[in-house]
Design a protein around this ligand. Structure first.
Ligand code: NCD
Ligand code: ZN
Length: 345
């Protein structure tokens, strides 16, 4: 069994960095191990225009620790009034690498998202023309659809019609949580999918059995074990359509541990150690680099990162239970098993 792993420095293709004191507090957690990350635009107010993305990009660079080897890849938040020309300019300048579609009301800060899919068709057609990928939060939001079915219903009622209408559009189905989602992507030529660290580890029992555990609550909500096993099989399969997007989404502890707690798991700190442990358990350490470091870059047409990280196996590692930020403490995701793969920095 190997005890040392050398990987291309990984990319996190779905990350929430927030802004202000929270950004300053949590950015080092990602910058320590990752080469690049695709930065989600669901700030308040959201990052809708190229000018807003430019200014958020500058704030992220300003918050980076000295000497950090990390590049933020910006996205735009799609609204029904998004201007196709602004999107095309932002893409042509190299600033923006994807546009994110949140169905209105689907998740944290998605009030400005899309209600009427016909309204965004001109933007989607333009994106198809210029080869700019669409990142999809793949859940319907109707109150009458059970929360555990929202991803599967989205595939049939939104994604499939969209792909038929604009077949050239390159789509990433974000944070897939169901077997149906995995199978949909496996059958599509021009799609990618991100898988989160936490959805490879937890099922819905972790959230609900023996007491409510708010730090395991995220959206899309974790499903039953059969679905987790399908995600795991996709992650270790070596299929380049599946790549890491941690969806690490910090909320302060008081916002999580509340009568109406926020959705999001914070996994930036220990993601690489967790993934090494999970891939090792599957006998698939040789597939880890593809999943964390090459498939995502290939999908987004980025050069493969030249820098490397080394993981070394040893005694269990103690990660902090919580990161203190100027906005308040943020609990680090607890995988529920020991982590032996230390990331050397
Ligand atoms: C994310 C957040 O907090 O911004 N929350 C989450 O549960 N994943 C939003 C999202 O990606 O859905
Ligand atoms: Zn997210």
């Amino acid at each position: 069994m190997p005890t040392r792993l050398i990987l291309r420095r990984p990319d996190d293709m779905h990350l929430h960095l927030r802004d202000g004191a929270m950004l300053a507090g949590i950015l080092p957690e990602t910058a320590r191990h990752f080469a690049r990350a695709l930065i989600m635009p669901n700030l308040v107010p959201p990052v809708v225009t190229a000018a807003q993305a430019q200014s958020y990009h500058a704030r992220i660079l300003a918050a980076l620790p000295d000497g950090a080897d990390f590049t933020p890849l910006m996205t735009l938040y799609l609204t029904e009034t998004t201007d196709p020309d602004d999107v095309a300019t932002a893409h042509a300048s190299g600033l923006v690498h994807a546009v994110k579609l949140y169905p209105a009301g689907a998740t944290t800060n998605s009030q400005s998202g899309v209600r009427d899919f016909a309204a965004v068709r001109p933007v989607l057609e333009r994106m198809a023309e210029i080869g700019l990928p669409l990142c999809l939060h793949g859940e319907v939001t109707h109150a009458d659809v059970d929360i555990f079915d929202r991803e599967a219903v989205f595939l049939e009622t939104v994604l499939d019609p969209m792909r038929r209408a604009i077949p050239e559009l390159r789509i990433v189905l974000e944070h897939v949580t169901t077997k149906q989602g995995v199978e949909y992507v496996q059958a599509a030529d021009n799609m990618g999918a991100t898988l989160t660290t936490h959805h490879l580890v937890i099922n819905r029992n972790h959230i609900l059995a023996g007491g409510i555990r708010p730090h395991y609550y995220c959206l899309p909500v974790a499903k039953r074990e059969t679905h987790r096993l399908a995600l795991l099989a996709a992650a270790v399969s070596g299929d380049p359509r599946f790549f890491l997007g941690t969806d690490s989404a910090p909320h302060t502890d008081d916002a999580k541990e509340s009568a109406c707690g926020c959705a999001g798991c914070f996994t930036a700190t220990n993601t690489m150690s967790i993934l090494a442990e999970v891939f090792e358990q599957q006998g698939a350490l040789d597939k880890l680099e593809g999943f964390t470091s090459t498939h995502g870059a290939a999908f987004y047409g980025l050069r493969q990162s030249r820098a490397q990280i080394t993981l070394r196996k040893g005694d269990p590692i103690r990660y902090p239970a919580c990161i203190e930020t100027g906005a308040g403490p943020v609990t680090v995701f607890d995988p529920g098993f020991d982590l032996h793969w230390h990331v050397e920095t």
